[in-house]
Design a protein around this ligand. Structure first.
Ligand SMILES: [Zn+2]
Length: 461
């Protein structure tokens, strides 16, 4: 025994005339658990059929509104029809697109018009492109296709290639927007907001698709207004001629700007250091205390080894290192450098009988170089720390992992073109920042989806 359902669509016309159309007939068993409720296949079929009916009528209403001459009201003749395939979340629809002749009362302009081509300049519904780009910013293009097909009556021909193409197109549009927004860079924030905040950047490597066995640098960063929500950004340096504009756009969206209230932190690595100045010349630039402390800790371990060989000298060296640390903490890199000299000249007496001597000299030289090159980035950490301000890049520590590794280097075999990675990263940061819907709304003002931010920690796990 089964219950038979017949679903009908009632369409209300302007003149209150009612038109009823059959949508689908379902025979539902009810003897077993798996019989109860709509099955996924039934639901997909229902959506597909409903979509067909809704779109067909919308298109008919639209074409009816364009069927007559706007000047004399005469009905326009049809020259021929073309078929447009409109791709939606609920299936692909073939639509007949008429080419209408110019009215006899008109003497210039094109000889024919295609109203449907004007309505659908793109043949994919924005919501489909949105889900394609959102999900492929989180998981692979192939998996995105599989997931969408699992839940929706998406056309079976949807391929990873077309998902990739649509996603990169979204990114290209974002890039164009970024480069045409002149006010981003030239006009300072006038909203009265100039919040204190902190920005950190870090770099990661991706495998090059064309030049196998080589890698290219990808920069990721995060900006956090005090008491506000963080946003991340990223770019492939070789693909980005205006990275500063990108950062400014992110800062502006958070009520931040590049000025003395913004602290810019990095770990002091060479490539990042110069970039950080370029990105935000007016900010305060600080060296991450955590990396500094780690380097001191590594040196201390060597000195503990030396203390076993010569307690007196080893202890003197440890004291010198502690005093170096004190100077660094209080923002006195020159004094720290002088104090550290004692460690350097005393170490030579261990040259012949300390097994790790060459590693020690290397670490000492490296430390001196690090302090020398980053001296201008070493602030008085004490007051910042007591005021609860950020002194370390710990807040961006997992960023390379969550922003890059989880999508771009999940498998050893994953390879990218710098351009493909750069563009996908633009969609990925927007998804994580909760800005993808507003990106779509710029092109489609009535785009109705509500955005749910995919938090970094969800994908960092
Ligand atoms: Zn006319």
């Amino acid at each position: 025994m089964a219950v038979r359902f017949k679903l009908q669509l009632v369409v209300m016309a302007d003149d209150n005339e009612v038109c009823i159309d059959d949508v689908v007939v379902l025979d539902k068993q009810h003897e077993q658990l798996e019989h109860i409720g709509l099955s996924l296949d039934e639901a997909k079929m229902l959506l597909l059929e409903l979509q067909r009916q809704v779109v067909t009528r919308q298109i008919a209403a639209f074409l009816a509104s364009r069927a007559a001459c706007t000047n004399c009201g005469w009905r326009l003749g049809t020259k021929d029809h073309k078929t447009i395939v409109f791709r939606t979340l609920f299936g692909n629809l073939e639509l007949a697109s008429p080419r209408l002749r110019r009215c006899a009362c008109q003497h210039d302009g094109p000889l024919s018009t295609s109203p449907l081509v004007e309505l659908l300049p793109e043949h994919t519904a924005p919501e489909l492109v949105y889900l394609e780009s959102k999900w492929s910013s989180l998981v692979s293009y192939g998996l995105t296709v599989k997931a969408l097909r699992d839940f929706l009556p998406i056309d079976a021909r949807l391929s990873a290639t077309s998902v990739r193409r649509n996603t990169l197109r979204v990114a290209q549009r974002c890039e164009r927007d970024l480069y045409t927004q002149d006010e981003v860079v030239t006009r300072p924030s006038r909203s009265g907001q100039d919040l204190p905040g902190v920005v950190g950047i870090d770099g990661g490597y991706l495998r090059h698709w064309e030049h196998k066995h080589t890698h290219f640098v990808t920069i990721v960063g995060k900006s956090v207004p005090t008491g506000g929500e963080a946003k991340c950004f990223g770019f492939v340096q070789s693909q980005d001629s205006w990275p500063r504009r990108r950062l400014m756009a992110t800062l502006r969206a958070q009520g931040l700007r590049s000025g003395p209230k913004l602290a810019f932190l990095s770990d002091g690595e060479d490539s990042i250091r110069s970039l950080q100045w370029h990105l935000s010349p007016r900010a305060q630039h600080l060296l991450d205390w955590f990396h500094l402390a780690m380097r001191l800790q590594r040196l201390r371990q060597f000195l503990v080894g030396l203390t076993h060989l010569d307690a007196a000298v080893g202890t003197q060296m440890q004291t010198a290192l502690e005093r170096t640390k004190w100077s660094l903490w209080h923002g006195k890199p020159k004094q720290a450098f002088d104090r550290f000299r004692e460690v350097e000249w005393r170490m030579w007496q261990f040259g012949s009988h300390y097994a790790k001597f060459s590693a020690l000299t290397h670490a000492v030289n490296e430390f001196q170089r690090y302090i020398d090159q980053n001296a201008h980035l070493i602030p008085d950490y004490g007051p910042r720390w007591r005021a609860g301000q950020v002194i370390s890049t710990a807040f961006i520590e997992s960023l390379v992992n969550s922003l890059l590794a989880k999508r771009f280097a999940k498998k050893q075999s994953m390879q990218w073109t710098p351009q493909g990675a750069h563009l996908l990263l633009q969609v990925r940061t927007r998804t994580l920042n909760g800005d993808l819907v507003s990106t779509f709304r710029k092109s489609y003002p009535d785009f109705s989806l509500v955005e749910e931010r995919v938090h970094q920690h969800l994908i960092a796990a």
